[in-house]
Design a protein around this ligand. Sequence first.
Ligand SMILES: Cc1cc2nc3c(=O)[nH]c(=O)nc-3n(C[C@H](O)[C@H](O)[C@H](O)COP(=O)(O)OP(=O)(O)OC[C@H]3O[C@@H](n4cnc5c(N)ncnc54)[C@H](O)[C@@H]3O)c2cc1C
Length: 63
Amino acid sequence: MNNIGVRDGKAVTDVDVVVIGAGQAGLSSAYHLRRAGLEPGRDFVVLDNSPHPGARGSSGGPP
Ligand SMILES: Cc1cc2nc3c(=O)[nH]c(=O)nc-3n(C[C@H](O)[C@H](O)[C@H](O)COP(=O)(O)OP(=O)(O)OC[C@H]3O[C@@H](n4cnc5c(N)ncnc54)[C@H](O)[C@@H]3O)c2cc1C
């Protein structure tokens, strides 16, 4: 897999879980993955094609 993020200045290229979208569903998934013991950036990443997380949940409107 190509570079899917940056952690501590190093490219992240290998994770177990990739969450697509940082809306309510994606952020909730990340929360539960973290609670299950997975480390963000090492075990999973959340990717979004918009510059801000939250999507419609933060703006009330379309992303
Ligand atoms: C006007 C309005 C008012 C609302 N009011 C309420 C309310 O009062 N209470 C309530 O509970 N709900 C409300 N909702 C509904 C709530 O906003 C949505 O149900 C919720 O945001 C859906 O979350 P989601 O994560 O499924 O999708 P989204 O919030 O749409 O998140 C999806 C994310 O995925 C990203 N994405 C999409 N495609 C790609 C891709 N190909 N690659 C990478 N990233 C991608 C987007 O950028 C976005 O960040 C409202 C919705 C609207 C439109």
